[in-house]
Design a protein around this ligand. Structure first.
Ligand SMILES: [Zn+2]
Ligand SMILES: [Zn+2]
Length: 185
């Protein structure tokens, strides 16, 4: 995803809006069980701030995720913000003065570019991956599956639900029983 900024050069304050649509992005691989079910739509505005070119916008796509509670697959509309700063790399112009292996480079909060083209592929990829929910839920109040019969509890209670004690509470329940016993003595 490359943006030509030649029309913005030497014009602080100038901007242009671009949009891209692509089915796949170089270097982007969704981890199992995530699948992408629609194209990636990118809309961004590039602004010449005088010292840098700022790219602001968003990336949208449809994903298919798996619910962490009920394991059902569901569609998720992903919107990832884009906000990246690109600084013209002019180091080749004064190569003699440039510090070799400048250690600050790897901590820079901007990306360098050369020539008239800014490649936003890396920024788009990063933002997409950052915007996928770590724990995907089909609905915020998904009840998950009955640990005993496997029924999807959001669609109604199962017959065994009343008798089930969450294993995490089983020890506590036992402890309370013991205390009650002791108290009765
Ligand atoms: Zn669910
Ligand atoms: Zn059940």
């Amino acid at each position: 995803m490359r943006i030509n900024i030649s029309s913005l050069k030497d014009k602080p304050g100038a901007s242009r809006t671009v949009s891209f649509s692509t089915d796949s992005l170089t270097g982007l691989e969704w981890e199992e069980p995530i699948t992408q079910s629609s194209a990636l739509e990118v809309t961004a505005t590039v602004i010449n701030t005088g010292s840098a070119f700022v790219v602001r916008g968003e990336v949208r796509t449809e994903l298919e995720l798996q619910c962490a509670r009920c394991l059902k697959r569901f569609r998720y509309h992903l919107v990832a913000p884009l906000d990246e700063e690109y600084i013209p790399d002019t180091s080749h112009d004064y190569a003699d003065n440039a510090l070799e292996g400048d250690e600050d480079d790897q901590f820079a909060e901007f990306s360098a570019f050369r020539g008239d083209v800014i490649d936003i592929t890396e920024a788009v990829r990063e933002q997409l991956l950052l915007s996928v929910p770590l724990k995907a839920l089909c609905t915020a109040d998904c009840l998950g599956l009955c640990p005993s019969c496997g029924k999807e509890l959001s669609s109604g209670e199962c017959s065994c639900q009343q008798e089930i004690i969450d294993p995490r509470w089983a020890d506590l329940a036992r402890l309370l029983d013991q205390q009650t016993d002791t108290g009765n003595v």
